[in-house]
Ligand binder design. Structure first.
Ligand code: FES
Length: 89
């Protein structure tokens, strides 16, 4: 089964800029979708050193970069990706 991969940066900059509370995001998703989502903690994704990437915290949802990530922005990105993989399969 195809999955949505969510890489949450736990590097120091992202963690201090609000990434810490993103680690509870799985509690905000519909439980029926959890089998289709894989969460990963990631050390610095290397994005915080280049302002053109936007502001930390950073989360990658499949290939989609979410900058200045909030729970709602990441949830929206996950739901969008879930729709795409459900549409394809
Ligand atoms: S600490 Fe998150 S991208 Fe560097």
């Amino acid at each position: 089964m195809k999955k949505v991969t969510v890489s949450i940066c736990t590097g120091t900059t992202c963690y201090l800029m609000g990434g810490a509370h993103l680690l509870t995001i799985n509690e905000r998703l519909d439980p029926s979708t959890l089998d289709s989502v894989e969460f990963k903690g990631a050390h610095c994704l290397g994005l915080c050193s280049n302002e053109s990437n936007g502001k930390p915290p950073f989360v990658k949802v499949n290939e989609h970069l979410v900058s200045d990530a909030t729970l709602n922005k990441v949830l929206d990105a996950i739901r969008k990706e879930l729709k795409e993989i459900q549409h394809v399969s």
